[in-house]
Design a protein around this ligand. Structure first.
Ligand SMILES: Cc1cc2nc3c(=O)[nH]c(=O)nc-3n(C[C@H](O)[C@H](O)[C@H](O)COP(=O)(O)O)c2cc1C
Length: 168
């Protein structure tokens, strides 16, 4: 099985916290959990599977550190790698751009040759619109620590059950 790395972009710590919880669930060691602001191309060589997480800032945009991170991922290319996305947002305050950063990450990376897994049904989420919904599903796992923190652990568990057979 390929080694799994978790890479997150987080401005106020929420996405970092859920990245740690996802890493613990998946069995990824701390050494393989990386802040995207420290990402290098060499680091990417270690992993066949990447779990990539971003917060959403502005109006449905990527967390700031991801703009350079995306450049590094694109330069390196992701052919042969499996990618699953997760994102943090606030569906109460930003119902029209819920977890848009995750949608932007997908849009930036979808042509890099990666195999994307971990799309999530929209059922059970309260929002009006989201750039992270493609073909009727979220492109990864959306989490809302502002309004639905009590659902996060169950959502991580269900997502991992769904995706674990494909993380190779
Ligand atoms: C100025 C600002 C803009 C935001 N824009 C969005 C947005 O468009 N969509 C969304 O779902 N969440 C939005 N959020 C909510 C953040 O994504 C959410 O608080 C997230 O958990 C922050 O994660 P971080 O601490 O890892 O940076 C915004 C928050 C702030 C303060």
């Amino acid at each position: 099985m390929s080694k799994i790395g978790v890479i997150y972009g987080s401005s106020t710590g929420t996405t970092e916290d859920v990245a740690r919880r996802i890493a613990a669930k998946v069995g990824v060691a701390n050494a393989d959990l990386h802040d995207v602001s420290k990402l290098t191309e060499e680091l990417l060589d270690n992993y066949g599977v990447l779990l990539l997480g971003t917060a959403t800032w502005g109006s449905g945009e990527l967390q700031d550190d991801w703009y350079d991170g995306v450049k590094i991922l694109k330069k390196h290319g992701l052919a042969g790698k499996t990618v699953a996305l997760f994102g943090c947002g606030d569906s109460g305050s930003y119902p029209d751009t819920f977890c848009g950063g995750m949608g932007e990450l997908y849009a930036e990376l979808k042509d890099t040759g990666a195999r994307f897994v971990g799309a999530t049904p929209v059922d059970g989420y309260e929002f009006d619109d989201s750039p992270a919904v493609v073909d009727g599903q979220f492109v990864g796992l959306p989490l809302d620590e502002a309004n639905e923190y009590d659902k996060t652990d169950a959502r991580i568990d269900a997502w991992y059950e769904q995706v674990k057979g494909e993380l190779n």
